[in-house]
Design a protein around this ligand. Structure first.
Ligand SMILES: Nc1ncnc2c1ncn2[C@@H]1O[C@H](COP(=O)(O)OP(=O)(O)OP(=O)(O)O)[C@@H](O)[C@H]1O
Length: 422
């Protein structure tokens, strides 16, 4: 980890600000592009000249290990933010400079409805401030604590949203490394947003621009939270995407049972449990939930990270209570999309099955809202792609427009046309 003195503080201020310029990575560009290490970055979220007096401060949303997050209303615009306030001296003393820089730089380049958005930053002599999109619904952790545990339907809904955002994060070549219910925040209307990107690590082929050395930094350093750390990290193996799968397994277990699977009185005892894979399922877990969690918590990394099997188990878990599927009917493609309407846009799951069937499902209840009449004839059913994020499904009666944050518009067209020509 970086040792920080007065120079460290200066470096932190400089990197936090956007004094430096450079090309932005092309979003959705070539995935094999190497991690860009650079001294200069042109930030999307601007460094403003605001002061804390420009805001009316409200309740404290939460306190992290090196920050306090406060509800803050900008006096002139009346816009509300979650202001993450970090004391410069404390950050320097606690060696958290690299975390702050990483979070600032990474959040700036991410753009997904399931990820907290960074709006702008500013600073004064004592503190660094990050104005984040506000999550008024609190932490998923509190939701679990309040209810004791969540139903499988609720867990399915949250798991689908987390997986959606995590797929995007992994697709950008990032390992989050601190997935846990405390870092899954809820919007006022109950949707999940992943927060706390201080522990993020870019993979070698990441599309994200980072500062020099930060891709190698902390590679084998112990980061994250004890109860959610995979066994290989305890053996000093470098971080992989498998870290987040393991943590997702622990989080899903916690949603369904109320506590994390390897909970114990001390970190040492927790680590013993993790290494021994001392995993017990309450008897009320469904077969599908057990199966998925069991897979996500495979000790052997190569088994855990086998994408196909994980996806299959996830689908089985998601399908477990979906009466709209006939026995043996298989989901070919599923996406959380925005259905674009005149007055307000709506989040929907678009599902394509092998029947073939095209269904619009309410993601919070997993109930069918509408079914698009299937036809093998392209004049009666076709997909028009505007760009990788926008497409329309057209039938003689109806045209439905969608926005796909994961930019899979062309994949949707291919999947539907593939079934028409089967
Ligand atoms: N955008 C937000 N909206 C509402 N609350 C938030 C937001 N961001 C963070 N919080 C709250 O503040 C807490 C601390 O934030 P965060 O995890 O980012 O801080 P940290 O110092 O990086 O913490 P950690 O110790 O987990 O690394 C969160 O757990 C959450 O309760």
């Amino acid at each position: 980890m970086t040792t920080v003195g007065a120079d460290g503080e200066e470096e932190m201020e400089r990197d936090f600000e956007a004094k430096l310029r450079l090309q932005q990575p092309s979003m959705g560009g070539v995935s094999s592009k190497a991690v860009q290490r650079t001294n200069s970055i042109a930030f999307r979220a601007p460094q403003e000249q605001f002061t804390i007096d420009d805001f009316e401060l409200g309740k404290v949303f939460g306190v992290g290990s090196y920050s306090k997050v406060v509800r803050a209303k900008k006096k002139d615009t009346r816009n509300v933010y979650a202001l993450k306030i970090m004391d410069k001296k404390f950050i320097a003393k606690e060696n958290k400079v690299s975390y702050v820089k990483m979070e600032r730089i990474v959040l700036d380049q991410l753009d997904h409805p399931g990820i907290i958005r960074l709006c702008f930053t500013f600073q004064d002599s004592y503190s660094l401030y990050m104005a984040l999109e506000c999550c008024e619904g609190g932490e998923l952790f509190d939701q679990i604590t309040r209810k004791g545990r969540l139903s499988e339907d609720e867990a399915r809904f949250y798991a689908a949203e987390v997986v959606d955002a995590l797929e995007y994060i992994h697709g950008m070549g990032l390992i989050h490394r601190d997935i846990k219910p405390e870092n899954l925040l809820l919007t006022i209307d109950g949707h999940i947003k992943i927060a706390d990107f201080g522990s993020v690590k870019p993979t070698r082929d990441s599309q994200i621009t980072v500062l020099p050395n930060s891709a190698n930094e902390k590679a084998c350093t112990f980061v994250g939270t004890a109860a959610y750390i995979p066994p290989e990290v305890l053996n000093s193996s470098p971080a992989t995407l498998g870290n987040d799968l393991w943590a997702l397994g622990c989080t899903l277990y916690q949603m369904l049972s109320g506590s994390s699977p390897f909970k114990d009185a001390s970190e040492w005892l927790i680590f013993q449990k993790i290494i021994a894979r001392d995993l017990k399922f309450p008897e009320y877990f469904s077969h599908e939930a057990r199966d998925l969690i069991d897979k996500l918590l495979f000790t052997k990394l190569s088994d855990r990270a086998q994408k196909g099997t994980c996806f299959m188990k996830f689908m089985q878990f998601m399908n477990a209570r979906q009466e709209f599927l006939e026995p043996g009917e298989v989901i070919i493609m599923i996406s959380m999309l925005k259905k674009i309407q005149k007055l307000s846009n709506k989040k929907v799951q678009l599902i394509l099955t092998d029947k073939p069937k095209l269904l619009l499902v309410d993601p919070s209840k997993m109930t069918v809202k509408a079914s698009i009449v299937w036809s093998d004839n392209p004049s009666e059913l076709n997909v028009q792609v505007t760009n990788s994020s926008y497409f329309k499904i057209c039938t003689p009666k109806k045209v439905i427009s969608f926005e796909d944050a994961k930019q899979r518009a062309w994949q949707w067209k291919k999947a539907i046309e593939g079934l028409q020509h089967r």
